[in-house]
Write a protein that binds this ligand. Sequence first.
Ligand SMILES: Cc1cc2nc3c(=O)[nH]c(=O)nc-3n(C[C@H](O)[C@H](O)[C@H](O)COP(=O)(O)O)c2cc1C
Length: 321
Amino acid sequence: MIIVLSPMAGINDKTFRSLCLSMGADVVYTEMISVNGLVNGNKKSFEMLPLPKENAVIQLFGNEPEYFSRAVDIIMKYNARWVDLNAGCPVPKVVKNGYGAALMKSPLLVRKLVEVMVSKGIRVSVKMRVGWKEEQNFMDVARAASDGGAFLVSIHGRTVEQGYSGNADWEPARILKKNLKKIKIGVSGDIFTPDDAINAMNYTNADMLFIARGAIGNPWIFRQIKEKISGDTPKVVTFGERRDVLKQHLMGTIKEHGVHGIMFFRKFLAAYLKGLPESHAIKARTLRTSDLRLLMGIVNAYFDKLISCEQGGVERGNTQS
Ligand SMILES: Cc1cc2nc3c(=O)[nH]c(=O)nc-3n(C[C@H](O)[C@H](O)[C@H](O)COP(=O)(O)O)c2cc1C
């Protein structure tokens, strides 16, 4: 079973990808990167490209074959493990331009975009949703991707309109796996714990498990899923380990993003503290400061207290925050 860090815009920077790899993720995706941005030399788009040594999957979005063709030429030297076509992003400003989930309205275009990239000699996958509420055509889109030469289709089990509401449905992934023999299938949506991973794996028989929100503030999930799959009880993350990884992640983020690193790290910080004893007040204090020394002082004092209580058996999720 291949465990994947699913693409997340605004989350999957180099630091987070590297952390997830070190925690046992087999494959990491970049954020979605605009083909138009790459072709037009947009600095932000280039900053999102991985280091060659990462061997990351590069996710591209757009809708014009010519741009995909030129974008693939540009990214060749970044040593992508493969290239993924984003056909699932529901964000209105993306869809309005005909990108992301808008592609699901045109399986033929999906096929064309895949073909263009495959013709460059690179492996290609497609990430999509179940479809639009009125037309849940995941099977047509997956077939189109397969006909175009994609080797993998991953599916987030929600409609475009659903956004992140309701529960993810793993049934479409199961149906794809049962019916499409030529390609690999990845299942995405609501895999937050090692038990979820086992359930998704058993239910869908998919080849790859995609983890997104469940890894934010909890990169250990990759290691724990692997432990669970091999029949072991996943090792509990100690407070000391949590602090060490939080610090390592924060320092990496500052190195990668410079002065904006602390602001960028806030979403991770909140997630690292989520569910910890009395973390509410500490979260409010840490989120107010953009001074690194002050922030580290608050974090260290808080974790020192937790670590000294650790022998008492207080662990994440056991108490109110
Ligand atoms: C903050 C955030 C950003 C995301 N960005 C992307 C993206 O750039 N490309 C993409 O295909 N999916 C994106 N997704 C969707 C995830 O990859 C995943 O399919 C979805 O969140 C369901 O999985 P989860 O329940 O494990 O979070 C994003 C999700 C989140 C929460």
